[in-house]
Design a protein around this ligand. Structure first.
Ligand code: 13P
Length: 247
């Protein structure tokens, strides 16, 4: 079963999430996808109530790199877990760039997430300059190795790697399936080299960046891919339901 992960970013009030779920849930086919909704923290209460431990999972979009205490405005792994989250996104490029998130902080966040039994959706991807200078595969390797430093192989079953080229996010530009396949292969090779061939094969890899109802079926056919991470196109329940139907 493939993952369809929705990243709502900083969109939707709790009331809007409620109305959205009323529209979306009747269109979700049971057993077709592993559907994860990464919601704003303020919408988790209403979503958790409405989803009621069913097939659709909730995820956070970030967590603090400290466990608790003097971190005004932050949200902890424990809080996310208790709010009904099963997943959390870590290292999204918007956080790396806008909020100056460092590799060390991303590594700490992953460890805290796992400690709180949250599955991690680790975002990696090259920016345009790295792509233009053919450094994309090196970028992926560095980002993955820094993020997963100190993890044991058996913890990888709780890690999803989301390949999100920065230049493709919200731009309407998508790589070809061949390009996606090259990156997915490179990601699996990093895991193979650092852990084992079995781990490289088993790691879950999804693609994100400008997925819409039109290109989703094509991207879904990229070899080696276990699913998708969708931003803008998840915000309208009708559009998102079309994607769910088409893939
Ligand atoms: P878009 O689908 O809007 O390009 O966003 C992708 C993304 O950043 C998901 O995390």
């Amino acid at each position: 079963m493939k993952y369809i992960i929705a990243n709502f970013k900083m969109n939707q009030t709790p009331q809007e999430t409620k109305e959205y779920l009323i529209r979306l849930l009747p269109k979700v086919e049971e057993g077709k996808h592993k559907l994860v909704l990464c919601l704003p923290a303020t919408s988790m209460g209403v979503a958790s109530f409405m989803l009621n431990g069913g097939e659709v999972s909730i995820g956070g979009q970030n967590l603090c790199d400290e466990e608790e205490g003097k971190c005004t405005g932050e949200i902890s792994g424990k809080m996310l877990k208790n709010a009904g989250c099963e997943f959390v996104i870590v290292g999204h490029s918007e956080r790396r760039v806008k909020f100056k998130e460092t590799a060390r902080s991303i590594n700490k966040k992953i460890k805290i997430a796992l400690k709180n039994r949250l599955k991690v959706i680790l975002c990696v991807g090259e920016n345009l300059a790295e792509r233009n200078t053919l450094k994309m595969l090196e970028t992926l390797k560095v980002q993955i190795e820094e993020a997963l430093k100190g993890l044991y192989e058996n913890e990888l079953e709780n890690i999803i790697i989301a390949y999100e080229p920065v230049w493709a996010i919200g731009s309407g530009k998508v790589p070809t399936n061949k390009e996606i396949e090259t990156s997915v292969k490179a990601i699996r090779k990093v895991i193979t080299d650092d852990f084992s061939a079995k781990a490289g094969e088993a790691i879950t890899v999804v693609y994100g960046g400008s997925i819409d109802a039109k290109n989703a079926p094509t991207i879904n056919r990229a070899k080696g891919l276990n699913g998708m991470l969708i931003g803008g196109s998840c915000l309208d329940a009708g559009t998102f339901a079309t994607i769910l139907r088409e893939v």
